[in-house]
Each structure stands twice: as C-alpha cells, then as structure tokens.
Design a protein around this ligand. Structure first.
Ligand SMILES: [Zn+2]
Length: 666
C-alpha cells in the first residue's frame, strides 16, 4: 500500500499545478471531471488522516466554518488611493508635474487596467498564505482570511527565489467578480426574490465580506495582484519587475499591461482599452498609470491624500438614450412600492436593456420624468441600468401616478412623512408576506433550502402560513397536499425548517426583517447585547452603543420591538425554539493589549486621529499626558513638551514606522 502522507503530498502538488493552469493562466490541461476526481481522492485521504490536514491544502478552498464576526486589522502601511484624471488634459498635467519634479531625468510609466472591484491585501509567511485584509479606510481593514482562501486564483502556497520575500511578504490587489459570475448571481437572486447587486464591484465586495466563507466559495471571485511588498514597502526596484515576479510566484497578474516611454504611449494604451473594454470578461473603469522606478516614486512622494507618482485615468460612463414606454409598480417585503420603467429596448455597452429602476416617486419627480419621454440611461455593470436624466420630453407625455391601492392586494397605499417610499400598509398583503417568507428562508438568513418562490406562492395563497412563525408548524402531510410535492421533498423541507432552529442569534435578528438591520448590523447588535431580550429592552441611547449603529438604525430597532404584532412574532419564534442568546467569539485582545501610548507632533503619513484609532483597534490605549505608566510616546515632527517629559522619565520614544512594527499583522 502507498504511504498516505506521500500520496497526499503528491495530490496537493498536482492539484495546485492544475489550479494555477486553470484559474490563473486559463490553460487547463485536464478536464473538470479529472480534476474533481483528484480532489475527491485528496478529500478522502484527508478525511481518513486528519493528522495530515493542512491549511494550504487545495481542499480548504470550499470554505470552512462560518466567521463569527468582523475583526478589524491594521495594514502594514497605508493602502493608497489614487488621484483621478478624467480626460486627456488632466493626464498630461499629471505627466508635466512628474517631469518637472524629476527635473529632466529619464523616466517611464507602467500602465495597467483598472479593474473594478474591492482592494485586498494578502499576507504570506514562509510561502504560505496566512491572512487577507480588505482595504477598509486604507489604514484599518477587515480580516477576510477564510473568505479569501476560497478564491481559486489566490495561491495558498507560493515559491520565490528572492531572498527578501522568503520569510514574509504581502501582495495587494483587486478582488473582482467577472461578468458571467455576476449575471448568474443576479439571476439566482431574482429567482429567490432577493434584491439584485447593482454592479460586479458591489457583488464582489458583498461576497468577500460574507460571514459564510462557503457562500463566498460559490461566488467565483477572482484576485488580481498589482503590488508586492516586504515590510509594507516595495522591495523590487521596478514596479514592472514586481509584476513579473508576482506572475512567476503564481499570482494572477493582469496580462494587459505595458511599459510606456512617455505620455503619448500612455494615452494610446488608454484609448485602445476603452475601445476593447466590452470584450473583457470583467469590468474595468479605467487605466492605472504608475512611474516604474521605485526610487523615483520615493522621491516624488505624496500629496496630502495620494501619491504623486501614480494616477487613475477614468473612462466615461456608458450611456444611451431611449424612450420610457411605461412605468410598472412592484411590491416588496416592507410593502414598499418600487416603480420600474419599461424602455424601448436599446443597446448600452454591448447589452440590450428594456427596464430601468426608478427607486421611488421622489426620484421620478427629481428627474421630471413622464411616460413617453426620452431618457439617458447608464449602465454600471448590471443589466438593469438607472435613469440619469430626461433627454427630451415626449410629444405625448403621461404623468406617472403612484396607485392609491396596492396592485397585489388592493390595500391602501400610504406615504408617511419624511419617507421616500410609498407602502402598502396591509400587513397581511400577500405580496409582502411572500417577500417576508422568502427573506426569512433565504440562504444568508435562516438558510431553509427548498422554500422558494413556487412553494411560498402556494403556502400563502392557501393560507397555510399567515406569518413566518407558521413555517415551524408545517408538517409533511400538510406539505404533501400541495402541487408537485412528493413525500420525499416534503420530508426534506420539514427537516430543513427544523434544522434552521440551530441558526445563531444574528441570523434570527436578520430574519425578523427590521429595516436597516442586515447581516452585519445584526452581528454588532448581538455582540453588544448578547440576547434578543436585551436588544428588545434597550433604549435608543443604549442601542447606539453597538458598533456601526447610528440614530436611524437605533430608531428602527427600537420601534420594531414596540410594535405589538412584532412582539407577538418574536414570542412565537421563541416558542418554536429559535436561538435567542449569543456567546461572542470575537477576540478581545490585540497586540497592544495593556499598553498606553501618548501621541505628539505631526506624523509623516497619518493624522493623530488615525494613529489613535489604529492603536485602539490593536487593543492599546491613548492617553493625553506622559506619565510613568506610559509605555511609548509616538512622536512626529515638531513634537513639544511631551517629548521632553518622555525623555525626563525615560519613556521610549518611537516613530510612525515603529508603531506599525508593534502592531504588525502576522
Ligand atoms: Zn398589498
């Protein structure tokens, strides 16, 4: 018999090679079936030999345990945002500034396609992927390691010949969703009555930050790298060479890049890709132009908010003019009516569109839109575009009026003061009830497989589920009375409903459908209060103690629990056995736990407020005055008396770089 350790080793290497061929180079050598067979063999061996499991095994791509919260992590050095050039003249201005500052020295640019996604840093130690952090505000991002692990084009293990990267390095790049995956995802969401993602960027960001890495895995994200850093700084002398090195290491680097001698070549590159952008399988919104030499980059330096050695050339939006032939109204879960424009079909950026969302009455009024008008529509990735403005009034115009009665149930339509949306106020409106049940059962929420449109239509139309809580009273016999429902599927559905009782409190909170309380806010509420009852009893002020909960969200949560019907729903769900308490698993410690810092002077790259936040996120405290209890004084330029005091007391004085070292990601 073969040695299992050796076979596992060989399988992993083979799978890694095929992964790279398929997902990074797009040149598969074996069929999907052959790949699956290798993967199954490896999964099987690992299942029988748990002692041989490894985090960088290709089997780990499927997404492990759900994350239990959102953990913030400081970046090794600020993640940059670039200035924009909106036209040729602005790009030429940029080039002139570079030329002037370099005072006649020769220089060259590297041009790369600007992919429209979410920036993310990925950290490697000894060649092994260890952590991924979203851009966040550039200084502090969110730990998405488990989600990133599921991205097939992000290598879990790499080899490098360059000494400086062997122990540790970091890549930065863009997480994107290609058009096909995006369209598939939206089609799936339509089917399940969920709102569509507006564009691939939102879809990529939403997918990467999910609490369930398994769902991220199903979203087919891609990761393209464009920075290679050691210790938070570029470690290869030329940007172009660092791109080449990343490709050698096995990262996916966009192949459409070029070295340009001078601004004319840059402009030609921009023009070429503006014409070809629709042929790409993913969205781009421009071209990034960087000075190639890292040494020149260093001398060019930064303005207050962006590097002087790089710029993003942005393409204009994709728009078209067409006629609004009618406006239809759709009823959502909260009873909100959404007007949708029916358009004379028109091609925008290679896609034929026939509908555009109008959001609400105010939007129609703001646009001054009437049926029959010609409008400018704009696509930003999605096939459902938005109306930008009225282009020309139609010769036969008709004003849109929000119906006085619900198009589904005939109930009264009310628009409350200060609200943009008109709503059907009939809480028993079948359209609302159906949407509520679909929301409750959806994968992100209670995850009840089998409860989709067709089933919910029947359940509501037959009066079997007058409230979402009635789902928990459904029996196999009752379900079998429905059309196209056999004993087996009925049994599965009842079992799935039963299993949903194990969902933790944040999901139960999300399931209630409280306005403004999504997956993320629900986690913060659960973290802050620990139980449904504590949240229900909290005052407006107390609610705002929870992370990211402002007055608007607090008001919505507070009012929800004051409504007798909602109270009744909550009690029925409690009786059904849902999880109403929560144990936080969020780490409460950081690398600076127990340390006190004093900030003084002007730091080179960040404001004092940023530095304070960075320290606090890492578990440290910031104090206003130096004492014997101070661990470090972080001093910048023009530091004053605090610095003298620190020296007097013998407190260590450090700079911004050393602060980053103390809280270094590992
Ligand atoms: Zn209605």
């Amino acid at each position: 018999m073969k040695d299992p350790a050796a076979e596992i080793q060989t399988l992993r290497e083979d799978l890694r090679r095929h992964e790279h061929l398929y997902y990074v180079l797009d040149q598969p050598e074996i069929s999907d079936a052959e790949y699956d067979a290798l993967m199954r063999r490896l999964q099987d061996l690992e299942a029988h030999h748990p002692e041989l499991a490894a985090p960088d095994s290709p089997t780990q791509r499927v997404g492990g345990k759900p994350r239990e919260g959102f953990v913030k992590v400081p970046h090794s050095g600020q993640m940059l945002s670039l200035d924009n050039a909106l036209n040729e003249a602005e790009l030429r201005d940029f080039d002139r500034r570079v030329r002037d500052l370099l005072a006649g020295e020769p220089y060259r640019y590297v041009t790369e396609l600007k992919m429209d996604g979410l920036s993310m840093a990925a950290h490697y130690r000894n060649g092994q992927f260890v952590q991924a952090v979203t851009r966040g505000d550039g200084l502090v991002g969110e730990d998405v390691t488990e989600n990133a692990r599921t991205i097939r084009s992000l290598p879990l293990r790499v080899k490098t010949a360059l000494e400086v990267f062997i122990e540790a390095f970091e890549v930065r790049g863009e997480t994107v969703m290609n058009r096909r995956a995006f369209e598939r995802l939206n089609a799936e969401r339509d089917e399940r009555g969920l709102s569509r993602f507006a564009n691939p960027r939102n879809a990529a960001a939403g997918s990467l930050r999910l609490l369930e890495p398994q769902i991220t895995a199903s979203r087919r994200l891609d990761y393209y790298t464009y920075f290679l850093l050691a210790d938070g700084r570029p470690a290869v002398a030329s940007h172009w060479q660092s791109l080449e090195e990343m490709a050698r290491m096995g990262f996916k680097v966009n192949p459409y890049r070029q070295i340009c001698d001078g601004v004319e070549q840059v402009l030609a590159f921009c023009a070429e890709w503006e014409a070809r952008r629709e042929q790409l399988p993913y969205e781009i919104d421009g071209v990034v132009v960087k000075v190639d030499s890292v040494e020149q980059q260093r001398r060019l330096g930064f303005t207050a908010k962006a590097p002087r050695w790089a710029i993003a050339y942005k393409y204009p939006a994709r728009q078209a003019v067409t006629t609004v032939e009618g406006i239809e109204v759709q009823v959502g879960r909260t009873g909100a009516l959404t007007p949708v424009a029916h358009l004379k079909p028109v091609e925008v950026g290679g896609v034929t569109v026939a509908r555009a969302t109008l959001h609400n009455e105010d939007e129609i009024e703001r646009l001054g839109l009437e049926i029959g008008d010609d409008v400018v529509i704009e696509r930003s990735g999605d096939v459902i575009p938005k109306v930008v403005r009225v282009h020309a009034q139609g010769s036969y115009r008709k004003k849109f009026r929000m119906p006085a009665e619900c198009p589904v149930c005939g109930g009264k339509i009310v628009r409350e003061e200060g609200e943009a949306a008109s709503r059907c106020i009939n809480t028993n409106c079948s359209a609302r009830l159906k949407e509520s049940i679909l929301h409750f059962a959806s994968r992100h929420v209670m995850n009840i497989d089998g409860v989709g449109d067709a089933l919910v239509d029947q359940l509501v139309d037959r009066g079997m589920v007058p409230s979402v809580a009635d789902l928990y009273g459904l029996t196999v016999d009752a379900l079998m009375a429905l059309e196209r429902m056999g004993k087996k599927s009925a049994g599965n559905i009842v079992r799935n409903i039963e299993n949903s009782k194990k969902n933790r409190l944040p999901r139960v909170l999300t399931a209630l459908g409280i306005r403004f309380v999504g997956e993320r806010t629900a986690v913060f509420l659960a973290e802050a209060f620990g139980s449904m009852d504590a949240i229900a009893a909290a005052s407006l002020e107390e609610l705002q103690q929870a992370e990211e909960v402002g007055p608007k969200v607090a008001e919505s949560v507070f009012q929800f629990f004051r409504e007798p019907r909602n109270r009744e729903l909550v009690e029925r769900l409690r009786a059904a056995g849902l999880q109403f308490t929560y144990e936080s698993t969020r780490p409460k410690y950081g690398p600076l736990k127990g340390m006190t810092f004093v900030l003084t002077g002007t730091l080179p790259n960040m404001s004092r407020e940023d530095a304070r936040r960075l320290i606090e996120v890492a578990g440290g405290k910031v104090s206003g005055s130096v004492s014997k209890k101070t661990n470090y004084v972080v001093a910048g330029e023009d530091a004053g008396s605090k610095l003298d005091k620190a020296r007097e007391l013998g407190i260590p004085v450090i700079g911004e770089d050393q602060l980053f070292d103390l809280i270094k990601v590992d």
